[in-house]
Design a protein around this ligand. Structure first.
Ligand SMILES: *[C@@H]1O[C@H](CO)[C@@H](O)[C@H](O)[C@H]1NC(C)=O
Ligand SMILES: *[C@@H]1O[C@H](CO)[C@@H](O)[C@H](O)[C@H]1NC(C)=O
Ligand SMILES: *[C@@H]1O[C@H](CO)[C@@H](O)[C@H](O)[C@H]1NC(C)=O
Ligand SMILES: *[C@@H]1O[C@H](CO)[C@@H](O)[C@H](O)[C@H]1NC(C)=O
Ligand SMILES: *[C@@H]1O[C@H](CO)[C@@H](O)[C@H](O)[C@H]1NC(C)=O
Ligand SMILES: *[C@@H]1O[C@H](CO)[C@@H](O)[C@H](O)[C@H]1NC(C)=O
Ligand SMILES: *[C@@H]1O[C@H](CO)[C@@H](O)[C@H](O)[C@H]1NC(C)=O
Ligand SMILES: *[C@@H]1O[C@H](CO)[C@@H](O)[C@H](O)[C@H]1NC(C)=O
Length: 604
């Protein structure tokens, strides 16, 4: 997008009131005074200050960390349920006041205070002032500014709006002072040659700094056509021309406007301007979100055959995959082969009792993951030899049925209903490094089984601990209720919501015996299956209400999210000396399995 920013000095010297200020902006935007605008001696090609030099321009923000445009990598986009429908005011009216060629683009100026945009997750109402275009050359080289998964469209249209009540100067100093709606324009062979795009392009002119003013019989909606306005991406960025102010809440619509390629060719031909787009900029720490209606690409892998190219027997074919290795997880733990290891002592848990440590809950499309606040929760001891930072925990489950079994690990060929994986990273390593280190990650796996419903509801673990029935560890069902309530807010794949309820990991685990566990060297259980995990699978299972467990497959809509067990090869499984708990009924011994887990969504 582009909008002209007049230099502050020129404003400072004039005692402009609000309205005059606005008119000055509009005047400048005609291009007549373009020479005096900050950074006016910039260009896209053929001058001293091409895009790579823009950061050096006086007063420029072009070297900043939230610049635009960007390449939208859809596999990293997250759905944001707050990106609801837009409200557009007077988009159907004939509001184009002038069309000008300012030497950088063609800009259509709108009647003042007529057109407005709100909703769409924007925090305010924005007043639309102009729209303009970016394009390639007459040989049909594409010229959109944003890209989608590396694809550049032939053109892009930017509709620019200022937060209502702000001057341009105020808006450019405000982190979301400007809202730009970006539309990709796609070239078709057979598009309409006589519609509004014909009318618009018939007004293009080559004379720089000239302005045509007739009664343009075109509305914004005429140009947008039938693009689905509920499908869009959002991120925070900048103006795409100097001074590149980092003041823009960007909306990039998913569907392009289809325009006949001969009409697209008129932009470079009739204006004499070619390749007027800025190269894509680094995303840095930013997250791109998508409205709930926006289709995001399915992940290339899945657990079964039905909806992806790589089911679990083909994961080893994925690029960068370790899934065909010899220390893979999960495994079937054959208890009689487990070797007792006295070094497997008690764990030390830091902040497992922190009721505010869970930052957000997200639906990855393969699992439900609770992401923890950074550098808060830790685990050490347990024979690990290092301090590990807890990153997240997530779940594996089966189908919507009381009989369903969906744990990843098995114990003596028994599968449990669910498994919870608490994923920890060696505190002294960065995640990338940890993924390449044999003990870079430590995952704590807990099997989950149905609680005895006669005593489950609302019980606190301490109450039950008094009686200490050996075969029934209990957890705080209130915590599980709070957690599973969030599932309804993350129906959409890759949606994420903040967790504000007070839930600690200790609440979820209850009084399960954490001194009795199995230990082996393994891998992540999802691609890329890095062989970087020291596995701890606890013998005793966590007990949760069956109805709450079933919410996982019901609310996410997917089931049987567990990887089949992998060959042990020459690995040894170690075991603590202690059994799951004090001697108890035989059923208890069945529970003694361990769990492990760890799926991982590494985009933490
Ligand atoms: C958003 O707009 C779409 C299509 O215009 C409509 O089907 C949907 O009901 C709207 N959603 C809301 C929440 O208004
Ligand atoms: C939209 O156009 C109508 C008709 O010209 C006008 O009365 C109204 O003020 C406009 N809406 C806004 C928000 O400016
Ligand atoms: C873009 O146009 C081409 C050629 O007409 C067409 O095949 C393609 O489907 C269009 N792309 C989109 C996203 O509409
Ligand atoms: C082209 O656009 C004109 C004006 O909008 C319309 O009357 C005509 O039916 C359209 N033709 C086609 C083939 O879509
Ligand atoms: C404006 O365009 C519409 C079709 O898009 C047409 O029906 C109408 O007559 C035009 N008005 C003028 C003044 O040209
Ligand atoms: C995975 O897909 C292959 C080829 O389509 C098929 O032969 C195999 O049975 C599938 N495996 C699973 C676990 O679905
Ligand atoms: C979630 O929390 C973060 C701060 O941790 C905040 O910036 C963000 O706006 C919150 N998101 C929602 C949807 O409330
Ligand atoms: C895991 O591997 C390391 C070295 O490769 C070894 O020292 C350690 O004993 C192994 N641990 C288990 C539980 O097998």
């Amino acid at each position: 997008m582009k909008i002209l920013i007049q230099p502050t000095e020129s404003l400072g010297t004039r005692d402009l009131n609000h309205k005059m200020h606005h008119s000055l902006l509009l005047y400048l935007s005609l291009g007549a005074l373009v020479k005096f605008a900050a950074g006016s001696d910039w260009c896209y090609n053929g001058c001293d200050h091409t895009p790579s030099e823009w950061p050096q321009l006086h007063g420029s923000f072009c070297g900043g960390k939230r610049q635009s445009p960007i390449d939208i990598v859809t596999s990293h986009v997250k759905t944001d349920p707050n990106l609801l429908n837009f409200t557009f005011v007077n988009f159907s009216k004939h509001v184009i006041k002038s069309i000008e060629n300012n030497g950088h683009t063609v800009k259509c100026r709108l009647e003042e205070n007529e057109v407005e945009v709100s909703g769409g997750g924007l925090t305010d109402t924005y007043s639309t002032i102009q729209f303009h275009f970016h394009w390639g050359d007459t040989e049909y080289h594409p010229g959109s500014e944003h890209k989608i998964d590396g694809h550049r469209y032939p053109m892009e249209m930017h509709i620019v709006s200022l937060k209502k009540g702000l001057t341009v100067e105020q808006a450019t100093a405000n982190s979301d002072g400007i809202a730009v709606l970006g539309f990709f324009i796609n070239a078709t062979e057979d598009g309409n040659m006589s519609g509004p795009w014909n009318l618009l392009t018939s007004h293009l002119m080559s004379n720089k700094d000239t302005e045509g003013t007739t009664n343009y019989n075109i509305s914004i909606n005429d140009l947008i056509g039938n693009v689905d306005l509920t499908k869009f991406y959002r991120y925070m960025g900048s103006l795409t021309t100097p001074s590149c102010n980092e003041a823009v809440a960007w909306t990039v619509f998913h569907e392009p406007i289809n325009v006949n390629k001969e009409l697209i060719k008129r932009f470079p031909m009739k204006t004499g301007l070619v390749n007027v787009f800025r190269p894509v900029q680094e995303l840095n720490e930013r997250q791109v979100s998508a409205s709930p209606a926006t289709p995001l690409p399915p992940s290339p892998w899945c657990y079964d055959d039905h909806h992806c190219a790589y089911n679990s027997s083909l994961w080893h074919l994925l690029s960068h995959s370790h899934c065909g290795g010899e220390r893979q997880s999960p495994i079937n733990i054959v208890t009689k082969t487990a070797v007792i290891d006295e070094h497997l002592d008690a764990f030390t848990y830091t902040k497992f009792d922190d009721k505010n440590a869970i930052k957000s809950i997200t639906n990855s499309g393969h699992s439900v993951k609770c992401v923890l606040k950074e550098d808060t929760v830790e685990v050490s001891g347990g024979g690990l030899g290092y301090v590990y930072s807890t990153l997240q925990f997530h779940f594996h489950w089966g189908a919507v049925s009381h009989e369903s079994q969906g744990s990843e690990h098995m114990v003596d060929s028994k599968r449990y209903p669910m498994e919870m994986h608490i994923v920890n990273k060696r505190k002294d390593l960065k995640l990338e490094k940890a993924l390449e280190t044999p003990n870079g990650l430590a995952v704590l796996g807990f099997f989950i089984e149905a609680a005895d419903t006669t005593k489950s509801s609302g019980g606190s673990s301490s109450e039950h601990q008094e009686t200490h029935p050996p075969s029934s560890s209990t957890s705080d069902m209130g915590a599980w209720k709070k957690l599973t309530k969030y599932l309804s807010a993350i129906h959409n794949i890759r949606s994420e919501v903040n967790v504000t309820e007070e839930i600690s990991i200790d609440d979820l685990l209850g009084n399960v015996n954490r001194a009795a566990y199995y230990r082996y060297n393994g891998s992540l259980t999802t691609p890329s299956c890095n062989e970087a995990v020291v596995w701890t699978v606890f013998k005793e299972s966590v007990k949760v209400d069956q109805d709450l467990m079933m919410l996982f497959p019901i609310q996410t809509g997917y089931h049987n999210v567990f990887r089949p067990t992998q060959s042990l090869h020459d690995r040894t499984i170690f075991s603590t000396t202690s059994a799951a708990s004090a001697p108890g009924p035989i059923i208890l011994f069945l529970l003694l399995a361990c769990l492990c887990a760890f799926p991982l969504n590494l985009r933490l």
